[in-house]
Design a protein around this ligand. Structure first.
Ligand code: TYD
Ligand code: MG
Length: 456
């Protein structure tokens, strides 16, 4: 009988066990789980199975499909989402557009602005064509006032722009300090959970991504989405970096226009629109989340008198560039040591995936030799430190996107089995083979244009 109680043998139901000292099944005394452990009570922790809990609540659609997709289908009632980004990225613009979409759909929203005056928000709303008469706005930097206003207004969605401007009077630190940001966010999380309201917080990040920003809030909020891009360009990417209610796979692509953020249905065409194929240019068949995006990689290699030549990475990780150059240096291209090297993912899209290595390498090798890469070719593959070309996920989708944009050939990892009608795949095992493919194109090209399309 004792073994039964220790194992998962029989488990007294909470109601039945109340007041029992003797097990109803085996007759032993003091072995049945005590009522305090099995039944909900103030004194003990309620432990239960997952059955019947965790129903997927209805999502609140924001009216911006691109944002909904990134959020995993919309805002979740009772949850807190942090929208993070550098100043000037368009966070205030985006939240105002979301609020406009929500009120258009009949949702109650409250927008609290701590950065701008109500007049400024109104001007922006007019520019965006938002329904000004239905958008409820308050300007405040006081947590207490915000919670009070939210209790009064009972919005389904509460937006606070920004968390850094909010302060809790009970604390002596100034607004924007780590303590204030964390405590105010924690209060808003409690508010969201207790009222079932969805809360959207705007948070500024500095270049290093830290100071009193999302890093201090990472554990507090349910989801973090970032809005990023090159400030000089118009492209903006919305990415989920944490999501308790969905995947972090999706990326929303927007362009900042005179009328606010507009979703970009075809980012590949936009990114390749200014491309001028030539030495130092190769096209990466990229994947942003689950979405294929073609990006041009450019490289420039120029002689330098500097003892420490420059290595500049724009839109790709500096460490990946360093690793690529180290791998390339081993193939006896010692010219690199006396040259400045610039590699750029064109168009303001930051290529984070290692699969961008192969296109960057082609661009570099082509820049070194002053000879162009096949303009009808895309490349995809990660390059290991041993010079091997490694597989990348989502090959079918990448190739299909290449085919859609008229690319006829793809340089891919040899181990990849993916195929796509209209695209000839050229498998390469290491960077030596990748550079050979570049050379054979050049040789074929000099033999005539007809031959150039079947060099592999
Ligand atoms: P903003 O939303 O204020 O950025 P953040 O809140 O992230 O600091 O907008 C930043 C920039 O966007 C601003 O410099 C001007 C530009 N912008 C447009 O180009 N079009 C627009 O319709 C709006 C509202 C802003
Ligand atoms: Mg702002």
């Amino acid at each position: 009988a004792r073994e039964q109680h220790d194992g998962a043998g029989h488990e007294p139901a909470a109601e039945d066990a109340v007041g029992l000292g003797r097990c109803p099944e085996c007759g032993a005394w003091s072995t049945a789980a005590s009522p305090a452990r099995a039944a909900p009570s103030d004194a003990g922790l309620v432990v239960r199975t997952l059955a019947g809990t965790g129903r997927a609540g209805a999502r609140i659609h924001t009216g911006a499909p691109e944002a909904d997709r990134v959020l995993g289908g919309g805002l979740v009632p009772g949850s807190v989402v942090l929208l993070a980004g550098e100043p000037g990225m368009g966070k205030s613009t985006l939240v105002l557009q979301l609020v406009a979409g929500l009120v258009e759909a009949g949702r109650r929203c409250l927008l609290v602005t701590g950065e701008e005056s109500v007049d400024q928000v109104a001007l922006r709303a007019a520019r965006l064509g938002a329904p000004r008469e239905r958008i409820r706005v308050a300007a405040s930097g006081s947590l207490g006032a915000v919670l009070e206003a939210s209790a009064r207004e009972e919005p389904e969605v509460l937006v606070v722009d920004s968390i850094q401007t909010l302060s809790d009077d009970a604390l002596e630190q100034s607004s924007g300090s780590v303590v204030q940001v964390r405590e105010c966010a924690a209060s808003l999380v409690r508010h969201a959970k207790s009222t079932g309201r969805a809360v959207l917080l705007v948070g500024h990040v500095t270049k290093d991504g830290s100071v009193a920003g999302p890093k201090t809030l990472e554990h507090v909020v349910d989801a973090i989405v970032t809005l990023e891009g090159e400030r000089s360009g118009s492209l903006r990417l919305l990415r989920a970096v944490k999501n308790r209610f969905g995947s972090c796979e999706e990326t929303g692509v927007f362009a900042m226009t005179a009328g606010g953020l507009a979703s970009v249905p075809d980012p590949s065409s936009m990114l390749l629109s200014d491309r001028r194929p030539g030495p130092g240019s190769a096209v990466h068949a990229g994947l942003e989340g689950t979405r294929p995006v073609l990006v041009e990689m450019q490289a420039l290699v120029v002689g330098t008198p500097l003892a420490q030549p420059r290595r500049v990475a724009i839109g790709i990780d500096q460490r990946r560039l360093a690793a690529l150059l180290a791998v390339l240096a081993k193939t006896a291209r010692d010219k690199l040591s006396s040259c400045d090297v610039f590699v750029s993912a064109v168009g303001g899209l930051h290529v984070r995936e290692p699969a961008g290595d192969l296109a960057a390498l082609l661009a570099l090798a082509s820049a070194l030799d002053g000879a162009p890469v096949d303009p009808g070719l895309v490349a995809v593959g990660e390059i290991g430190l041993g010079g091997e070309v490694r597989r990348a996920p989502g090959m079918e989708r990448r190739l299909a996107e290449a085919a859609r944009l008229g690319f006829a050939r793809a340089l891919v990892p040899r181990a990849s089995k993916a195929t796509c009608p209209g695209v000839d795949t050229i498998g390469v095992a290491d960077i030596g083979e990748a550079i050979d493919a570049l050379t054979s194109y050049r040789v074929a090209r000099s033999a005539g244009p007809e031959v150039a399309t079947c060099y592999a």
